[in-house]
Design a protein around this ligand. Structure first.
Ligand SMILES: Nc1ncnc2c1ncn2[C@@H]1O[C@H](COP(=O)(O)OP(=O)(O)OP(=O)(O)O)[C@@H](O)[C@H]1O
Ligand SMILES: [Mg+2]
Length: 361
């Protein structure tokens, strides 16, 4: 940077030296030549040379020096004569010099204006990039907070349960060890989820792996069974026996299933306890697999698109992140997440995942 500035200063000095030499040459020509005054128009070239330095002060100085030298040359050569055509030519030269100086200064001012507009634009762009990074950070934080809530509360539940097994008159080490296994599994899941959310924020490709959908569904049901049972929700599953092995990010697809199941659970808080049923269906449908989570809650408004936007929630303690995260995950897997009301009442959320060639049956 400092080398650049020094280089620029050198160029300015060279240009000034060139302009000074040209000015002196014009002066000598003006005084000595028989052209008598017409040469002074050439001082405009000195002004133009000074303008190339980009400095307003130097342009004014060049204009002033040119006018002064033209006047001195006139006085040397014609002071003894009465006013005539040399004086006329001097006037024309001075006017030309003045106009060139004025136009050069205006041109430099325009360049300055353009530069400062560009600088402001660059600054605005830098600020925008900063804001969008903050935005991304905010969404990432919200997503992590949302998604690890469930494993964290599972960890607390198992920890308390383990403590109770150990506090008995006859402590049960096997049950306590089982609780510790659950704690470890949920902590691992929380760490996996954070990794996946970082992937989404970095716009990295989804981690691709083979996974059996049927096994994923039963594992997710097992994870949520306790919670849902405590709310009197019965889980009914209808999983087709011919489901293929899928290709995608198992952890993320499990998050989608969980978000939809938790929404279904929360939607049925006002439903009479005896009617609370969550239906989980998975079937093969042509070149894709369809998974549907249906409930017996109040159903959905006509336009459900806003529900998929981040931070849209009708729940007092909702973050409004579940559906937006789920849709982003499914779309990253080239699938679709849609919603509909059920004829018998309640809502149904359905996602598809493509069966890729070679994923096997
Ligand atoms: N099964 C459902 N039945 C009725 N309304 C639903 C259902 N699922 C979602 N909604 C509506 O969509 C909104 C957005 O859901 P989303 O899961 O994105 O956020 P949330 O559940 O409110 O909060 P959280 O971020 O904690 O999940 C909900 O507030 C609710 O109004
Ligand atoms: Mg939700």
């Amino acid at each position: 940077m400092r080398g650049d500035a020094r280089g620029q200063r050198l160029v300015i000095h060279l240009r000034l030296a060139g302009a000074a030499i040209v000015a002196l040459a014009i002066f000598a020509l003006d005084v000595l030549s028989p052209l008598q005054g017409a040469v002074a128009v050439l001082y405009t070239t000195v002004v133009l040379l000074a303008a190339r330095t980009g400095k307003r002060d130097l342009v004014i100085a060049a204009g002033t020096v040119g006018a002064g030298l033209a006047a001195i040359a006139y006085l040397i050569s014609h002071s003894a004569e009465p006013l005539g055509s040399p004086a006329m030519r001097l006037t024309v030269s001075l006017v030309a010099n003045g106009i060139t100086t004025f136009l050069s200064i205006r041109h430099l001012a325009e360049i300055d204006q353009r530069r400062s507009t560009q600088a402001r634009l660059d600054q605005a762009q830098a600020e925008l990039a900063h804001v969008s990074r903050l935005n991304l950070l905010g969404q990432m934080g919200a997503s992590i907070a949302h998604e690890i809530n469930q494993p964290l509360s599972a960890i607390v539940t198992y920890a308390k349960s383990g403590q109770r097994w150990l506090a008995r008159a006859e402590p049960d080490a096997a049950e306590a060890a089982d609780c510790l296994d659950h704690i470890a599994a949920n902590a691992t899941r929380a760490a996996d989820i954070i990794g996946r959310i970082r992937d989404i924020a970095r716009r990295a490709e989804p981690r691709q792996d083979h996974f059996a959908l049927a096994a994923l569904v039963s594992e997710t049901v097992a994870l949520l069974q306790r919670d849902l049972q405590s709310h009197d929700v019965v889980i009914r599953t209808a999983i087709a026996p011919d489901l293929p092995v899928l290709w995608g990010d198992r952890v993320q697809i499990q998050q989608v299933l969980m978000n939809l199941m938790l929404n279904a659970d929360q939607a049925m808080t006002q439903t009479p306890a005896s009617r609370r049923e969550l239906l989980l269906e998975a079937a093969r449908d042509g070149g894709e697999v369809t998974v549907a989570v249906s409930d017996r809650g109040p159903g959905l408004p006509n336009d459900t698109e806003p529900l998929f936007e981040p931070f849209r929630s009708t729940k007092p303690d909702g973050m409004g992140m579940g559906l937006s995260i789920s849709r982003a995950i499914i779309e990253r897997h080239a699938g679709r997440l849609t919603s509909a009301n059920r004829a018998e009442g309640g809502a149904s959320f359905r996602f598809t995942l493509p069966i890729l060639q070679g994923s096997g049956a």
